[in-house]
Design a protein around this ligand. Structure first.
Ligand code: CA
Ligand code: CA
Ligand code: CA
Ligand code: CA
Length: 308
Protein backbone atom coordinates (compact mmCIF):
# COMPACT_ATOMS: atom_id res chain seq x y z
CA UNK A 1 0.00 0.00 0.00
CA UNK A 2 0.83 3.63 0.03
CA UNK A 3 3.50 5.09 2.25
CA UNK A 4 2.99 8.84 2.02
CA UNK A 5 5.78 9.42 4.51
CA UNK A 6 8.33 8.20 2.03
CA UNK A 7 7.27 10.87 -0.44
CA UNK A 8 8.90 14.21 0.29
CA UNK A 9 6.55 16.29 -1.87
CA UNK A 10 5.08 19.26 -0.03
CA UNK A 11 1.89 19.39 -2.12
CA UNK A 12 -1.25 18.73 -0.07
CA UNK A 13 -5.02 18.70 -0.46
CA UNK A 14 -6.30 21.37 1.94
CA UNK A 15 -10.03 21.40 1.21
CA UNK A 16 -12.54 19.13 -0.51
CA UNK A 17 -16.01 20.25 -1.58
CA UNK A 18 -17.45 16.85 -2.46
CA UNK A 19 -21.15 17.59 -2.03
CA UNK A 20 -21.76 21.30 -2.68
CA UNK A 21 -24.87 23.21 -1.71
CA UNK A 22 -27.74 23.24 -4.17
CA UNK A 23 -27.67 25.72 -7.07
CA UNK A 24 -29.63 28.92 -6.55
CA UNK A 25 -32.07 30.37 -9.10
CA UNK A 26 -29.37 32.37 -10.90
CA UNK A 27 -27.11 29.35 -11.21
CA UNK A 28 -29.95 27.22 -12.58
CA UNK A 29 -30.82 29.90 -15.16
CA UNK A 30 -27.14 29.90 -16.18
CA UNK A 31 -27.42 26.19 -16.87
CA UNK A 32 -25.87 24.72 -13.76
CA UNK A 33 -28.59 22.50 -12.36
CA UNK A 34 -26.46 19.85 -10.69
CA UNK A 35 -24.90 20.71 -7.34
CA UNK A 36 -21.93 18.44 -8.12
CA UNK A 37 -20.88 20.87 -10.89
CA UNK A 38 -19.60 23.14 -8.08
CA UNK A 39 -17.19 20.60 -6.62
CA UNK A 40 -13.60 21.66 -5.98
CA UNK A 41 -10.40 20.28 -4.53
CA UNK A 42 -7.99 22.83 -3.06
CA UNK A 43 -4.24 22.23 -3.20
CA UNK A 44 -1.54 23.99 -1.16
CA UNK A 45 2.23 24.09 -1.25
CA UNK A 46 3.32 23.39 2.34
CA UNK A 47 7.01 23.51 1.47
CA UNK A 48 9.53 26.31 1.69
CA UNK A 49 10.30 26.47 -2.03
CA UNK A 50 8.16 27.18 -5.10
CA UNK A 51 6.77 23.96 -6.55
CA UNK A 52 5.94 23.28 -10.20
CA UNK A 53 2.79 21.14 -10.09
CA UNK A 54 3.20 20.06 -13.72
CA UNK A 55 2.59 16.31 -14.02
CA UNK A 56 0.99 15.88 -10.61
CA UNK A 57 -2.33 14.09 -10.87
CA UNK A 58 -5.52 13.45 -8.94
CA UNK A 59 -7.03 9.99 -9.09
CA UNK A 60 -9.66 7.88 -7.39
CA UNK A 61 -13.16 9.00 -8.28
CA UNK A 62 -11.72 11.92 -10.21
CA UNK A 63 -9.07 11.93 -12.89
CA UNK A 64 -6.80 14.70 -14.11
CA UNK A 65 -3.15 15.48 -14.79
CA UNK A 66 -2.12 19.03 -13.88
CA UNK A 67 -0.37 21.39 -16.25
CA UNK A 68 2.51 23.68 -15.46
CA UNK A 69 1.92 26.13 -12.61
CA UNK A 70 4.47 27.42 -10.13
CA UNK A 71 2.91 27.27 -6.67
CA UNK A 72 4.71 29.51 -4.20
CA UNK A 73 4.98 28.46 -0.53
CA UNK A 74 1.60 28.67 1.20
CA UNK A 75 -0.27 29.39 -2.03
CA UNK A 76 -3.64 27.69 -2.53
CA UNK A 77 -5.21 26.83 -5.90
CA UNK A 78 -8.16 24.69 -6.94
CA UNK A 79 -8.91 21.83 -9.29
CA UNK A 80 -12.59 21.81 -10.19
CA UNK A 81 -15.33 19.66 -11.67
CA UNK A 82 -16.57 22.40 -14.03
CA UNK A 83 -14.65 25.64 -14.37
CA UNK A 84 -17.65 27.61 -15.70
CA UNK A 85 -19.86 26.50 -12.82
CA UNK A 86 -17.11 27.20 -10.30
CA UNK A 87 -16.55 30.71 -11.70
CA UNK A 88 -20.29 31.39 -11.54
CA UNK A 89 -20.45 30.52 -7.84
CA UNK A 90 -17.02 31.84 -6.84
CA UNK A 91 -16.17 34.74 -9.17
CA UNK A 92 -12.51 35.77 -8.87
CA UNK A 93 -12.12 33.67 -5.74
CA UNK A 94 -9.39 31.26 -6.68
CA UNK A 95 -6.85 30.29 -9.32
CA UNK A 96 -8.19 27.26 -11.19
CA UNK A 97 -5.32 25.00 -12.27
CA UNK A 98 -7.36 22.20 -13.78
CA UNK A 99 -10.65 20.44 -14.37
CA UNK A 100 -11.18 16.77 -13.63
CA UNK A 101 -13.15 13.95 -15.23
CA UNK A 102 -15.53 12.03 -12.99
CA UNK A 103 -16.76 13.43 -9.72
CA UNK A 104 -16.38 13.21 -5.97
CA UNK A 105 -18.88 10.74 -4.58
CA UNK A 106 -21.28 12.23 -2.06
CA UNK A 107 -20.82 9.49 0.50
CA UNK A 108 -17.25 8.21 0.68
CA UNK A 109 -14.42 7.85 -1.75
CA UNK A 110 -10.70 7.35 -2.01
CA UNK A 111 -8.78 10.36 -3.31
CA UNK A 112 -5.21 10.10 -4.53
CA UNK A 113 -2.68 12.85 -5.13
CA UNK A 114 0.19 11.48 -7.21
CA UNK A 115 3.53 13.04 -8.04
CA UNK A 116 4.75 13.25 -11.67
CA UNK A 117 6.27 9.76 -11.39
CA UNK A 118 2.96 8.32 -10.20
CA UNK A 119 4.02 7.91 -6.58
CA UNK A 120 1.29 8.72 -4.05
CA UNK A 121 1.78 11.94 -2.08
CA UNK A 122 -1.57 11.51 -0.34
CA UNK A 123 -4.02 8.63 -0.45
CA UNK A 124 -7.03 8.92 1.76
CA UNK A 125 -10.72 8.10 1.92
CA UNK A 126 -13.05 10.88 3.03
CA UNK A 127 -16.39 10.11 4.59
CA UNK A 128 -19.62 12.12 4.52
CA UNK A 129 -20.41 10.78 8.00
CA UNK A 130 -17.48 12.66 9.52
CA UNK A 131 -19.11 16.08 9.53
CA UNK A 132 -22.78 16.38 8.71
CA UNK A 133 -22.70 19.90 7.27
CA UNK A 134 -20.28 18.79 4.52
CA UNK A 135 -22.85 16.35 3.17
CA UNK A 136 -24.86 18.68 0.96
CA UNK A 137 -25.20 21.36 3.61
CA UNK A 138 -22.85 23.55 1.59
CA UNK A 139 -19.81 23.32 3.87
CA UNK A 140 -16.54 21.94 2.59
CA UNK A 141 -14.30 19.42 4.28
CA UNK A 142 -11.35 21.51 5.46
CA UNK A 143 -8.08 20.12 6.77
CA UNK A 144 -7.51 21.43 10.29
CA UNK A 145 -3.78 21.90 9.76
CA UNK A 146 -2.24 21.46 6.33
CA UNK A 147 1.16 20.93 7.99
CA UNK A 148 -0.07 17.82 9.80
CA UNK A 149 1.51 14.44 9.19
CA UNK A 150 -0.12 12.92 6.04
CA UNK A 151 -1.71 10.18 8.12
CA UNK A 152 -4.29 12.73 9.36
CA UNK A 153 -5.86 12.99 5.89
CA UNK A 154 -7.45 9.59 6.37
CA UNK A 155 -9.04 10.38 9.71
CA UNK A 156 -12.03 12.37 10.90
CA UNK A 157 -9.84 14.15 13.46
CA UNK A 158 -7.76 15.68 10.67
CA UNK A 159 -10.75 17.49 9.18
CA UNK A 160 -13.44 19.94 10.12
CA UNK A 161 -16.29 21.51 8.19
CA UNK A 162 -15.66 24.97 6.77
CA UNK A 163 -16.86 27.75 9.05
CA UNK A 164 -19.05 29.18 6.30
CA UNK A 165 -21.17 27.54 3.60
CA UNK A 166 -19.24 27.48 0.33
CA UNK A 167 -15.90 26.88 2.00
CA UNK A 168 -12.81 28.98 1.27
CA UNK A 169 -11.55 28.01 -2.20
CA UNK A 170 -8.13 29.48 -2.95
CA UNK A 171 -7.67 31.10 0.45
CA UNK A 172 -6.79 30.09 3.99
CA UNK A 173 -9.56 28.74 6.17
CA UNK A 174 -10.80 31.17 8.82
CA UNK A 175 -8.35 30.96 11.73
CA UNK A 176 -11.06 32.06 14.17
CA UNK A 177 -13.25 29.12 13.22
CA UNK A 178 -10.32 26.71 13.50
CA UNK A 179 -9.89 28.01 17.05
CA UNK A 180 -13.63 27.72 17.78
CA UNK A 181 -13.63 24.16 16.46
CA UNK A 182 -10.94 23.12 18.93
CA UNK A 183 -12.25 25.16 21.88
CA UNK A 184 -15.97 24.33 21.79
CA UNK A 185 -17.73 20.97 21.57
CA UNK A 186 -18.22 20.54 17.81
CA UNK A 187 -21.99 20.99 17.84
CA UNK A 188 -21.54 24.31 19.70
CA UNK A 189 -18.72 25.40 17.35
CA UNK A 190 -21.26 25.14 14.51
CA UNK A 191 -23.76 27.28 16.44
CA UNK A 192 -23.04 31.01 15.95
CA UNK A 193 -25.28 31.84 18.91
CA UNK A 194 -22.68 30.13 21.11
CA UNK A 195 -19.38 30.38 19.23
CA UNK A 196 -19.95 33.65 17.33
CA UNK A 197 -17.29 36.33 17.66
CA UNK A 198 -19.45 38.76 19.67
CA UNK A 199 -20.90 36.17 22.06
CA UNK A 200 -19.57 35.86 25.61
CA UNK A 201 -20.24 32.13 26.01
CA UNK A 202 -18.90 31.84 29.57
CA UNK A 203 -20.11 35.24 30.79
CA UNK A 204 -16.69 36.39 31.95
CA UNK A 205 -16.92 39.79 30.26
CA UNK A 206 -14.69 38.81 27.33
CA UNK A 207 -16.34 38.07 23.98
CA UNK A 208 -15.29 34.93 22.16
CA UNK A 209 -13.21 37.11 19.83
CA UNK A 210 -11.31 38.54 22.78
CA UNK A 211 -10.78 35.02 24.14
CA UNK A 212 -9.46 33.97 20.71
CA UNK A 213 -7.04 36.87 20.47
CA UNK A 214 -5.80 36.48 24.04
CA UNK A 215 -5.73 32.68 23.95
CA UNK A 216 -8.09 32.09 26.85
CA UNK A 217 -10.74 29.42 27.33
CA UNK A 218 -14.11 30.63 25.94
CA UNK A 219 -15.91 28.18 28.22
CA UNK A 220 -14.17 29.08 31.47
CA UNK A 221 -14.25 32.37 33.33
CA UNK A 222 -11.11 31.60 35.30
CA UNK A 223 -8.29 32.99 33.15
CA UNK A 224 -8.87 36.47 31.73
CA UNK A 225 -5.70 36.64 29.66
CA UNK A 226 -4.80 40.14 30.81
CA UNK A 227 -4.13 42.04 34.01
CA UNK A 228 -3.10 45.52 35.05
CA UNK A 229 -0.31 46.41 37.42
CA UNK A 230 1.80 49.31 38.64
CA UNK A 231 5.47 49.33 37.67
CA UNK A 232 8.19 51.46 39.25
CA UNK A 233 10.76 53.01 36.94
CA UNK A 234 13.40 55.43 38.33
CA UNK A 235 11.32 56.11 41.43
CA UNK A 236 8.14 56.85 39.48
CA UNK A 237 5.05 54.68 39.27
CA UNK A 238 3.43 53.77 35.97
CA UNK A 239 0.24 51.93 35.13
CA UNK A 240 0.83 48.87 32.95
CA UNK A 241 -1.26 46.28 31.17
CA UNK A 242 -0.07 42.76 30.43
CA UNK A 243 -1.88 40.59 27.90
CA UNK A 244 -1.36 37.26 26.20
CA UNK A 245 -0.71 37.24 22.45
CA UNK A 246 -2.35 34.19 20.87
CA UNK A 247 -3.76 35.17 17.48
CA UNK A 248 -1.59 36.50 14.68
CA UNK A 249 -4.46 37.92 12.65
CA UNK A 250 -5.70 40.60 15.05
CA UNK A 251 -4.46 44.01 16.13
CA UNK A 252 -4.35 44.64 19.84
CA UNK A 253 -4.12 48.26 20.94
CA UNK A 254 -3.65 49.32 24.54
CA UNK A 255 -5.25 52.66 25.36
CA UNK A 256 -4.74 54.91 28.39
CA UNK A 257 -7.03 57.62 29.77
CA UNK A 258 -7.33 60.04 32.67
CA UNK A 259 -11.11 60.57 32.44
CA UNK A 260 -12.56 57.46 30.75
CA UNK A 261 -13.66 59.77 27.90
CA UNK A 262 -10.50 60.53 25.97
CA UNK A 263 -8.41 57.47 25.27
CA UNK A 264 -4.85 57.71 24.03
CA UNK A 265 -3.64 54.72 22.04
CA UNK A 266 -0.26 53.41 22.92
CA UNK A 267 2.29 53.88 20.21
CA UNK A 268 4.31 50.71 19.70
CA UNK A 269 7.19 52.77 18.31
CA UNK A 270 7.62 55.01 21.36
CA UNK A 271 5.78 53.20 24.14
CA UNK A 272 7.72 51.31 26.75
CA UNK A 273 6.86 47.67 26.70
CA UNK A 274 8.21 44.38 27.96
CA UNK A 275 7.74 41.16 26.03
CA UNK A 276 7.77 37.91 27.93
CA UNK A 277 6.10 34.55 28.26
CA UNK A 278 3.38 33.19 30.48
CA UNK A 279 4.18 30.14 32.68
CA UNK A 280 2.49 28.07 29.92
CA UNK A 281 4.92 29.48 27.34
CA UNK A 282 2.47 31.76 25.54
CA UNK A 283 3.92 35.11 24.39
CA UNK A 284 2.74 38.07 26.43
CA UNK A 285 3.26 41.80 26.22
CA UNK A 286 3.31 44.38 28.99
CA UNK A 287 2.58 47.91 27.78
CA UNK A 288 3.60 50.71 30.16
CA UNK A 289 1.80 54.05 30.39
CA UNK A 290 3.76 57.08 29.17
CA UNK A 291 2.51 59.30 32.02
CA UNK A 292 3.63 58.56 35.56
CA UNK A 293 1.11 58.26 38.37
CA UNK A 294 1.50 61.35 40.62
CA UNK A 295 -0.50 63.99 42.51
CA UNK A 296 -1.34 66.00 39.42
CA UNK A 297 -2.17 62.91 37.45
CA UNK A 298 -3.92 60.70 39.96
CA UNK A 299 -6.38 58.77 37.89
CA UNK A 300 -5.17 56.67 35.01
CA UNK A 301 -7.20 54.03 33.24
CA UNK A 302 -6.21 51.41 30.75
CA UNK A 303 -8.16 49.31 28.27
CA UNK A 304 -7.56 46.90 25.41
CA UNK A 305 -8.93 47.47 21.93
CA UNK A 306 -9.00 44.50 19.61
CA UNK A 307 -9.40 44.94 15.85
CA UNK A 308 -9.70 42.09 13.42
CA1 CA B 1 -20.16 15.09 -5.43
CA1 CA C 1 -9.40 27.06 1.60
CA1 CA D 1 -16.02 34.92 27.56
CA1 CA E 1 -13.09 32.74 29.32
Amino acid sequence: MVDPVANPSALRVSEVMFNPGDPDAGEIVAGFENNDDFEFIELVNTGELPLDISGYSLAGGVDTVLGSYLLVPGEKVVVVKDEKAFMKRYPNAATVVGEYEGNLKNDSEELLLLDPLGAPVLAFTYDDAWHESTDGGGNSLTIIDEYYHPVYWGHEEGWRPSGQPGGSPGVDADAYFTWAWSNFPHALAMDPLVSGTNIDADGDGSSNMVEYVLGTDPLSAEDRGYFQSVIEIDGQLFLALTYQVAAGDALVEVQFSTDLVNWMPSDPASQLYISGRTPEGMPELTVIDSLALDWTNQARFVRLKIVR
